[in-house]
Design a protein around this ligand. Structure first.
Ligand code: S3P
Length: 171
């Protein structure tokens, strides 16, 4: 079984994914970290040196390589479900869970860490909020194709992981 956690940057995919994987006794894969490990460089460097189009192709290649392994919890990148037919692929290769978080909450969480995110770095707070709102509106229809949606507002990562566990665990 594979479980894909999807949602915007800052929605908690990696933190929740780690907790969920521990509960299921599955391996946890953070797609961004998996790409960085395989490519021997960082995501911001890939964006800087080769551009976003190249990053999206690389991201798809690493996503597809996970189709060969099972018993995984995978935290996708925020943009992964929104390029090519990745969302279709994800749903054909496992169960997907959308961690749904409002633009305002994402803005508050991401403000202090925007320099690590190529899509946000170098923007003023005002520009960043607008970008999050616009991008979330564009991406939400992709995210909503997930098998399950879990709202994160007011919940700890432990609670979110427990909720997902009860939704997906084999009966
Ligand atoms: C991106 C999200 C990032 C990373 C890259 C692009 C996006 O992943 O893949 O910076 O397009 O939203 P996280 O959601 O894990 O931060």
């Amino acid at each position: 079984m594979r479980t894909f956690l999807i949602g915007f940057m800052g929605s908690g995919k990696s933190t929740v994914g780690r907790l969920l994987a521990a509960r299921l006794n599955f391996r946890f894969v953070d797609l961004d970290a998996f790409i960085e490990e395989g490519e021997g460089t960082t995501i911001p460097e890939i964006f800087d040196e080769h551009g976003e189009d190249h990053f999206r192709l690389t991201e798809q290649k690493y996503l597809h390589s996970l189709g060969k392994e099972s018993d995984l919890v995978i935290a996708a990148g925020g943009g992964t479900p929104c390029f090519f037919d990745n969302m279709k692929w994800i749903n054909e290769h496992g169960v997907s869970v959308y961690l749904k978080t409002s633009a305002e909450e994402l803005y508050n969480r991401l403000r202090s860490e925007k320099e690590h995110r190529p899509l946000l770095s170098g923007r003023s707070d005002e520009e960043m909020l607008k970008l999050i709102q616009d991008l979330l509106e564009y991406r939400d229809p992709f995210y909503r194709k997930a098998s399950f949606t879990v709202k994160t507002k007011g919940s700890t990562p432990e609670t979110v992981a427990r909720t997902i566990f009860s939704l997906i665990r084999p009966q």
